[in-house]
Design a protein around this ligand. Structure first.
Ligand SMILES: [Zn+2]
Length: 79
């Protein structure tokens, strides 16, 4: 099976944190993380940044509104 490059992982990290990856993609991403310290560090940093922004959001979306938005995206992508 084709391995993820670090660039592909970076592209998918947002979807990963939103739990928005399909199973095969998620598995490949996790395999890459297991073998790539750089990406593990990147992910930890990304999470920390998201956490910091979450505490001080520029334009906060109420959680229910955000959930509706995400659900709408999912429906559109996978009818
Ligand atoms: Zn990597």
């Amino acid at each position: 099976m084709k391995r993820f490059s670090c660039g592909e992982l970076v592209d998918l990290v947002t979807a990963y944190l939103e739990n928005d990856l399909d199973d095969p993609t998620l598995r490949r991403l996790q395999e890459h993380l297991a073998g790539c310290e750089g990406c593990r560090r990147y992910l930890a940093q990304f999470r920390a940044t998201v956490g910091a922004l979450g505490a001080l959001p520029p334009e906060p979306l109420a959680a229910p509104a955000r959930e509706r938005l995400l659900a709408a995206f999912r429906r559109r992508r996978r009818p």
